[in-house]
Design a protein around this ligand. Structure first.
Ligand code: ZN
Length: 164
């Protein structure tokens, strides 16, 4: 396994729409292992392949942050959303930024495992929130895009004018 470098804003590769995985061979499982290792090494709760420069529709999630129960979703799709709430988020690709985003706390997801086997799961609370954040990455969407416009502008201004 190897620890992959994580791209940071404003890298253009974070803005590309990822493409479905069709080859479920050993190279995919190696990529999933690398993503899981990078997730754990970063002490993060979620990571999407585009954050490592890949355009594959793969996300890995461990909402406990312990690195003990990582879950990989290949070609994930949200089939149902319930219980909307406002939650605080951050992102490895947007260091130093935190903000409140509207997400649902209960969802049904369909995806494939690293061998191509389809499965469906009900997710709740942080698992559901993280999956929505990571699927956004597959669409080239960053959580800063979901913040109020004044916060987006303030954040961009601060990036250009670091306090000195
Ligand atoms: Zn993120």
């Amino acid at each position: 396994m190897s620890h992959l470098p994580v791209l940071e804003y404003p890298d253009n590769r974070l803005r590309e729409k990822a493409v479905p995985v069709t080859d479920f061979g050993p190279a995919l499982r190696k990529q999933v292992d690398d993503l899981v290792e990078t997730l754990c090494a970063s002490r993060a709760i979620g990571l999407a392949a585009p954050q490592t420069g890949s355009n594959a529709r793969i996300i890995v999630v461990d909402a406990t942050g312990s690195g003990r129960s990582p879950m990989a979703y290949i070609n994930p799709r949200i089939m149902a959303r319930h219980l909307w709430a406002v939650v605080e988020e951050s992102c490895l690709s947007l260091p130093g930024l935190e903000g409140k985003v509207k997400r649902c706390l209960r969802l049904t997801i369909e995806a494939q495992d690293p061998y191509g086997t389809p499965f469906s799961r009900q997710l709740e609370d942080m698992d559901a929130v993280v999956v929505q954040h990571e699927i956004d990455h597959l669409e080239g969407v960053l959580f800063v895009d979901r913040l109020p416009l004044w916060r987006q502008l303030a954040w961009r201004w601060r990036r250009r004018n670091p306090a000195g």
